[in-house]
Design a protein around this ligand. Structure first.
Ligand code: ATR
Length: 277
């Protein structure tokens, strides 16, 4: 019997670490999984997905720039995918329907809570950015019931719209959107979800948001400390984490959905850290 077929679809996709991560999961769990990368034409995502499942493919991960299209073409969505407005995990269910999930937020929370031992409940959290990356993680972050969740963005109106979109999910959490110039109090955790680091730029935050116990998390990762994390550490943050663990945890969550088996992420994080580091 040949292995069950999975893939990540993106454009570009050759840089994706998902094939490496999922083959390590498959080797570790003994699951018969073959995982490849597929570059879909920018105007041909839906056809690529349909063709993959018609050929017997079992599950897809979806990356830039197709996550919103994956969401739009799905027949059924989990709550967290519905709220995210985007999907990174697709599969066909027993009724033959295309299911969309989003494991990015669960990946972030798992990396923070499980791998780094960070408690989110009752904490004051500042998240920077109001694009797809931030929208994708707000549901699972709110489910941890922080005391405060402030969304700050270069375009403040977009942060306020996002806060409004998640108002019903906030429970007792104080949730609000604003510009970068507004937060002036110290936060327990600051998460950078902007794409500013890609351009080597920094969100113009007041250093007053950082105290001696503040932790920072950059959803990007790189072999060197990211621009944002360097800024935070030089302004007195206690510790800085990057998004490699989130990447591996979101993959583990997808693997568990598809296979019903949860891989141990620690050795995979270590293996990839050695590579990027
Ligand atoms: P992603 O899917 O990575 O979230 P996106 O939806 O294009 O991509 O969102 C990018 C986010 O990074 C936005 O919050 C954007 O701010 P605006 O909403 O004001 O555009 C933010 N961003 C991009 N470049 C930035 C920069 N140089 N400084 C600060 N924020 C930046």
């Amino acid at each position: 019997m040949s292995d069950d077929l999975y893939a990540v679809v993106g454009n570009p996709v050759s840089h994706s670490k998902s094939p490496r991560i999922h083959s390590l999961f498959a080797a570790q769990t003994g699951e018969p999984v073959e995982y490849t990368a597929i570059q879909a034409p920018l105007d041909g995502f839906a056809e690529t997905v349909t063709g993959f499942f018609e050929r017997g493919g079992r599950g897809l991960n979806v990356t830039v720039p197709f996550k919103e299209q994956a969401w739009a073409m799905s027949d059924r969505r989990t709550w967290r995918a519905e709220k995210a407005g985007a999907s990174n995990t697709l599969f066909i269910d027993k009724d033959g329907q295309l299911n969309a999930d989003n494991t990015d937020g669960a990946g972030l929370v798992a990396d923070l809570v499980k791998n780094h031992g960070v408690t989110l409940a009752g904490k004051r959290i500042l998240i920077l950015g109001a694009g797809g990356a931030v929208r994708g993680v707000l549901g699972p972050l709110l489910a941890e019931q922080p005391e405060t969740l402030v969304i700050a963005n270069r375009t403040p109106a977009k942060a306020r719209v996002l806060a409004g979109l998640f108002a019903d999910d906030a429970g007792d959490t104080q949730l609000r959107g604003c510009g970068f110039d507004e937060p002036a109090e110290v936060f327990d955790l600051i998460i950078n979800g902007t794409s500013a680091s890609l351009q080597g730029e920094l969100p113009p935050l007041a250093p007053a948001v950082i105290g001696p116990a503040t932790l920072v998390y950059d959803m990007m990762y790189s072999p060197d400390t990211t621009t944002f994390n360097r800024w935070a550490l030089s302004n007195g943050a206690k510790a800085a984490m990057d998004g490699l663990g989130m990447l591996i945890e979101q993959a583990a969550e997808a693997f568990a959905i598809w296979r019903g088996v949860r891989p141990d992420t620690a050795p995979v994080i270590e293996a990839l850290r050695d590579r990027v580091g």
